[in-house]
Design a protein around this ligand. Structure first.
Ligand code: HAM
Length: 431
């Protein structure tokens, strides 16, 4: 026998039970986005490679080693499966001159691709909801993003996600800090691990994010950017903090929070759960005022964040959440019944009743088994007898109560009434 082919490692199928939860989750997220006035935008999954190199930064893990890049064999162009959405979103905004119409509040959702080592909570194809606000300069919109997240955790009923924030200051402040940091690490060269040595001149801020416990004391003792901020940067951070305090949103300042993408300045933040092990960051983002210009646009401020769908779903409620049940499984037997049932199924759907029609021939008993397995509320049965009498039999599958006959022409109304007039709950099986 031929071997069954398998999906690419780190790229998962989302099977129906899980996919129904995803859809229920996505519905909550979409409503939440609309309640803050964010509008959808959809970008391609593939972009020219230089877009990411320029936006995310050459010396980042993502660009150095995690991108799925390939040469378009038809024209030789170097392309990349998007590892994140911000670069594409800004590219699209610039390409279509959306900022001409004023500030933009946008969101997108979909798969992102990074060639990381797969583990729980870390995949090579993962999914994000991304939120970007372009053209807004003040700390109010940074705070709006953080507050939005807090509301979403409430809407989803997820507890225990904590907030860390930091300020990366202005480009100038970061450059001065970078020199100071390099000098500090140069003075401790013997204590740097190989990774840190490699990053020392390319991206010294990333050393602060080292996961190596032996590096911890060195990192703890490093100078802190948040203590070297100029007045404007300090005021911006204060503006964010005050708004969070006004709304009672708890946070900690983490001076080592630097993010893995180079486009950030001023506010950066991460939402972290301790219930997910090593991959605890469920949502992250910040301000990136330089990116629009870096991608060729007229300078415009911007900030945003993205949430990791897989990680949030791992925290969200019971497994059955979002389960979709069909209303009716339609059982039929005999040649005349077959065509009648096909027609009835459409009439019911016309009336808003969801129907799984049994397809193919099978004994009454095995059809009833399928009906049961389908999780439908009712079986509607159309056999030779029923066709003769012009009536269908209706049998509850999930609650006590006997079967009863309903005339074909009254069936759609009857079932619509049963499912939508709200007496389903108090129903005692009498249909
Ligand atoms: P990021 O921190 O790279 O930021 O990713 C955001 C979130 O995506 C993470 O906090 C995590 O929940 C999820 N995530 C990232 N990588 C993986 C993975 N390999 N497997 C599962 N989940 C993952 C960005 O992507 C920025 N574009 C966010 C942003 C938007 N900043 C400004 N605007």
């Amino acid at each position: 026998m031929m071997q069954i082919l398998q999906a690419v490692r780190g790229m998962n199928d989302i099977l129906p039970d899980a996919a129904e939860r995803w859809e229920a989750f996505e519905e909550i997220v979409r409503e939440w986005l609309a309640s803050y006035g964010y509008r959808p935008i959809r970008m391609p999954l593939v972009e020219p490679t230089p877009l990411f190199a320029r936006a995310i930064g050459e010396a980042t893990d993502i660009v150095e080693k995690e991108m799925y890049s390939f040469v378009d064999s038809l024209n030789g162009e170097l392309l990349t499966l998007r590892p994140e959405g911000t670069a594409s979103c800004v590219r699209a905004v610039l390409e279509h001159d959306l900022l001409y119409g004023g500030p933009q509040r946008l969101w997108y959702a979909g798969p992102m691709f990074r060639h990381e080592r797969p583990q729980k909570g870390r995949y090579r194809q993962f999914h994000q909801f991304g939120v970007e606000a372009l053209g807004l300069v003040g700390p109010d919109v940074d705070a709006e993003h953080i507050v939005m997240c807090a509301r979403l955790w409430r809407d989803l009923g997820i507890e225990g996600i904590r907030l860390e924030i930091n300020s990366l200051g202005s480009g100038e402040e970061r450059r001065a800090y970078r020199e100071e940091l390099i000098a500090y690490f140069e003075g401790n060269l013997d204590r740097l691990d190989a990774d840190a040595k490699r990053r020392l001149y390319a991206n010294p801020l990333r050393i602060l994010d080292s996961k190596n416990p032996e590096m911890r004391p060195l990192v703890e003792g490093a100078p802190r950017l948040v203590e070297h901020l100029g007045e404007a940067s300090r005021a911006h951070l204060e503006g964010v903090k005050l708004r969070l305090e006004d709304l009672g949103i708890g946070y900690t300042i983490n001076p080592r929070l630097v993010r893995g993408l180079d486009y950030y300045n001023l506010t950066v933040f991460e939402w972290i759960s301790d219930q997910l092990g090593a991959q605890g960051t469920v949502c992250a983002g910040g301000r990136y005022d330089g990116l629009v210009e870096q991608l060729g646009g007229r300078p415009a401020p911007a900030c945003g964040f993205a949430l990791g769908v897989e990680r949030l779903l791992a925290l969200w409620g019971a497994p059955g959440q979002g389960e979709v049940r069909p209303d009716v499984y339609l059982v039929h037997q005999g040649a005349r019944a077959d065509r009648r049932a096909f027609e009835i199924a459409e009439q019911l759907r016309e009336n808003g009743v969801s129907v799984i029609l049994h397809c193919g021939e099978a004994s009454f008993k095995s059809q009833m088994k399928r009906a049961d397995a389908s999780r439908a509320m009712l079986a509607v049965i159309v056999g030779e007898d029923e066709v003769e009498a012009g009536q269908a039999s209706v049998k509850p599958l999930r609650e006590a109560g006997g079967q009863r006959r309903v005339a074909f022409d009254a069936l759609a109304d009857h079932l619509a009434d049963y499912f939508f007039s709200g007496h389903e709950d108090e129903h005692d099986g009498g249909l």
